[in-house]
Each structure stands twice: as C-alpha cells, then as structure tokens.
Write a protein that binds this ligand. Sequence first.
Ligand SMILES: *Cc1c(COP(=O)(O)O)cnc(C)c1O
Length: 355
Amino acid sequence: MKHNFGAGPCILPKEVFEEASQAVLDFNGTGLSILEVSHRSKEFEAVVVETERLVRELLNVPQGYCILFLQGGASQQFAMVPMNLLPEGGKAAYLDTGVWASKAAKEVKKLGQVEIVASSSDKNYTYIPKDYSIPTDAAYFHFTSNNTIYGTEVFQTPATNIPVVVDMSSDILSRKIDVSEFDLIYAGAQKNMGPAGVTLVILKDELFGKSGRNLPTIFEYEAHAKAGSMYNTPPVFSIYVSMLNLRWLKAKGGVEVIEQENIIKARMLYDEIDRNPFFKGTANTEDRSRMNVTFVMENPEFEAEFLELAKERGLIGLKGHRSVGGFRASIYNALTITSINALVDTMREFEEKHK
Ligand SMILES: *Cc1c(COP(=O)(O)O)cnc(C)c1O
C-alpha cells in the first residue's frame, strides 16, 4: 500500500478514482467516454450544474457570488485578479507569506502598483505576520490562506473595508470558512478539490468590470460568468472528477466533519514531531498548517536515511520543498488516519533504531 503525502497533484479518495475510471469507459450509460463527450451535451451540463451546486452547498456560498471553473491554474489568477480588479494607475495591497504570495504580487507590478503590507521573508516564511495595517486606498487586499511550501496557515481573515482576495489553493474545503468575508476566492483544484486542470473561482458579481480595463475576453471574469464557465471548452474531465470528490465530501458529512478529521490528523503528526527527539517542526507553532506539515531532523545527516526508510514503508512525496528542506507531509482531505499512523510509526521506528 502506498501512502501519498505529495503536495499536489494530490491524493483523492479511492472511490473517486474508481468512479472516474469507469466514466473513462462509459460516462453515465451514454456509451461514450467522459473524455469524448461534448461539453454542450445535457449530460455534461448536468455535471457543471451539480459541481457548482455542491460548491455552493459545501461552502455555504451566499447570494451575489458566482462560481467559475477556469483553466491556467492558480497562477493564471495571479494575473487575472489585478487585470479585473486593479484600475489603471491603481494600487493593490498584498501580504507576503511565501513563494506563491510573492509570485502573485509580482504580477501586479506589470499592471500597477503593489504595496506589501507585511512579509515573513525575514525568517524564511516560518510565521504569519499579524500586526500590519491595510491601506484603505488600495483597490483590494490579497493574501494566501495556506502556504503550501512553508506549512503555515492563516486562520483569521484580516479585517479591512476594501475587497479581500484570497488564494485558497491548498486549504479550500478543508475547514469551515465564512465566504462573506471574501470578495474573491480562487483555488487550483489539484491540492484539495480534484485533479489538475481546473481552477475554482468564487467571486462577487459586483466585481465585474471593476478595473475598467479593456481586457482580452478570455481574461474577463464576466465573460466566463455569462457563459456559465463555457466561454471556451472547459476541462471536462477535471470538472467531472472534482464533482465526484465533492460528492464524496458531502456524503462524509461536509466541511465541518472533514475539518474535525483534519484537526485530529494534524495533531497526531505534530504531536509526534514535538515528542520525537529526532525531529522538529519548522513553522511557528501557532501558525502551523493543517494541510502541509513541514519538519526537519535535529541532525540533518539523518534525513536521507529517513527518506529511504519512509520509501520502504510505502510513504510517498515526503521530501520537503527545496526552499525549506527536510520533509513536508501534505495531509489533505483524502489522506486517511491510517496513512498518518504509517508515518508516525515510521518516525518511531527510526527513533528506536538510532537511540
Ligand atoms: C500550488 C499553488 C499555487 C500554484 O498553482 P497552479 O495551479 O500550479 O498555478 C498557487 N498558490 C498556492 C497556495 C499553491 O499551493
């Protein structure tokens, strides 16, 4: 058995893989593969409608927000957000909590001004800055809710009167959120929602045309909204598999239930990291992510050996990002407690062998 701790594309439930593979052969009894079915067919339209309905239901999305399924990943949103929200000559405010946050801010510079309200780059992004003020004359404020590479997470939405934009790629659907705190939420699906190829965007309708820029149509949120995410051929298979995963989450009891599981999973792993004298966490304790657990060894010379043992025990994708080193265990929704136990047992086995 393999335990996939990879950061993305990530693990999905086995049932989802099984159903998806069935649909590759015969989608809903149509006699056609999901890979060849027309995106305009009534069968696929039903998939888009259900996927949107499940997002609305699971995240309790209020009236006045539209749901889009786009392409280009979260990285395309780094550009689309300022294109659509930042007027010519305007300024946007960004919180710098890591590689993704700073990549997002970098795109703004091509279109206008960016003010970095705070940054944790002074300590290699091991914490979430808390004391900063958000300029009221900025067009919007952007932050990254979960820093996939550094294992830090923002649990409290910063308070401001200007529109709030959040990159939730790696913690969407992992915990309860109040959508009304945000004006625009985006997430590349491949971290916690589905396979790579589709990006979820939830935005307030009132943001359409906000920048006043004359954009190429493919980059306009409004054009995608008017076309029901069918302005161009959507990523049919990625949307379908996301729908299956959302159905799975709903059947499990929804976001509240998975959040409790995620809390337990994260605690089991952090408890072992804190107890085991061979390991230590890299993120500031109060900012520790429930999705990406980053840790190193007290003696870095042991790291290659631990990775080798982990591989023998079927633990995959544990090598840390090159900018942090050590290990990163991504423990997204579909990762089971059995897999957490397998990792904890391997850490104990290593300790026994070397003490
Ligand atoms: C992975 C990731 C991205 C980049 O996503 P792509 O879909 O590959 O563009 C952006 N932000 C966060 C928080 C991520 O984890």
